[in-house]
Ligand binder design. Structure first.
Ligand code: HEM
Length: 332
């Protein structure tokens, strides 16, 4: 009997101990945060400042997924969804506004001396093919690229998120695949026209006279004037910058880290929106901005009077050469 009582005491004592431990455990777990609720956050902040990121541990082979926190990512996120939209919006809408105002106040630059009826070859078939291939790719790349930055705020609400997702998926394929012919086009443009695009003294005079665009002046120019040389170098250098950074993004983490990927994205996006703004000015002058300009890239020939007014030194060179082997022809 005494043994049974002793056993029962032991069991009761164990139960009481277990009960005390059970109710005291949650209380002790909460205690640190009750004492200082921000203690953990402060430590985390210090850690982030010192280490630039917080790494965990994992079992899957992709070690990049072990990064738990990386504050630079938040800066990038802010750039992507706020700063870039401002830069792009101001550059593109600003350029469109300038062109509309310019067109309304200046109108088309007309051929002062009218048409002569004789034309001269300005761009051969291969040059025109390269130009239009690059231009077509550029326009699709521009639209599909701008979709990444502006698509969601502009379209998602209007066309609905399902249609926006389908369009964005196709847009992304187009953006990736057309980068290849675009890059080839930029390399060919560089090689084809480098000869006529080295800056020289004539460019200074052309710039000093404002290219003759404001007013009715016609400063002399060789095959490409200073404005066109500017476009050429924007295409070559801007094209190289978007291509290199684009391939860094398309083939992620081949010798790059998350930091370099973020910088690549920022350079790609800023250069691209400025590139688009610059090309809007080019498209303007090649179409409604100047009488007779589009024919150069459309048919490959320009009127002799157009050449005289806009590229007098080039015409003299060509005439000198055509005395040996004709490049001029009567217009149809
Ligand atoms: C609808 C779009 C476009 C039109 C109507 C257009 C029109 C033209 C025309 C008419 C010329 C010849 C100018 C001359 O005879 O002096 C030209 C030249 C040129 N284009 Fe385009 N173009 C377009 C898009 C592009 C794009 C997207 C690029 C490059 C990404 C580009 C790059 C060039 C370059 C480098 C030249 C030679 C330099 C110059 O004349 O400015 N073009 N373009």
């Amino acid at each position: 009997m005494a043994k049974l009582v002793a056993h029962m005491r032991l069991i009761a004592g164990a139960l009481a101990l277990a009960f005390i431990v059970a109710i005291s455990a949650p209380v002790s777990a909460q205690q640190p945060s009750m004492v200082n609720p921000t203690a953990d956050a402060v430590k985390e902040q210090q850690l982030l400042q010192q280490l630039k990121s917080i790494q965990g541990r994992g079992t899957i082979p992709d070690v990049k997924s072990y990064t738990l926190e990386q504050p630079v990512g938040r800066n990038w996120q802010h750039f992507h969804s706020v700063t870039l939209r401002w830069i792009g919006g101001i550059a593109i809408v600003g350029m469109l506004a300038v062109l509309v105002i310019f067109y309304l106040s200046r109108g088309m630059v007309m051929l002062k001396s009218g048409r002569s009826g004789r034309t001269i070859v300005r761009f051969n078939t291969f040059e025109r093919f390269v130009h239009w291939m690059t231009a077509t790719c550029f326009i699709i790349l521009a639209v599909t690229g701008l979709n990444v930055t502006f698509g969601r705020p502009i379209f998602a609400a209007t066309v609905g998120s399902e249609a926006f997702t389908t369009w964005s998926e196709w847009a992304k394929y187009a953006h990736n695949y057309l980068s290849f012919p675009f890059t080839i086009g930029v390399v060919l443009i560089f090689l084809m026209w480098i000869g006529g695009n080295i800056p020289n003294k004539v460019d200074i005079e052309w710039l000093r006279r404002g290219g003759g665009i404001i007013g009715n002046d016609h400063p002399p120019a060789y095959r490409f004037n200073a404005g066109q040389k500017g476009i050429y170098w924007i295409v070559v250098l801007g094209g190289a910058a978007v291509a290199i950074t684009g391939y860094v993004l398309m083939f992620p983490f081949y010798g790059t880290t998350i930091d370099t990927m973020q910088y690549a994205q920022m350079i790609h996006a800023v250069v691209a929106v400025l590139f688009v703004a610059a090309m809007l000015a080019h498209i303007y002058i090649g179409t409604i901005g100047m009488e007779g300009a589009f024919e150069a890239m459309g048919e490959g020939t320009v009127d002799i009077n157009w050449a005289k007014e806009h590229h007098s030194l080039w015409l003299e060179d060509e005439m000198g050469r055509s005395a040996k082997g004709a490049r001029t022809q009567p217009a149809e």
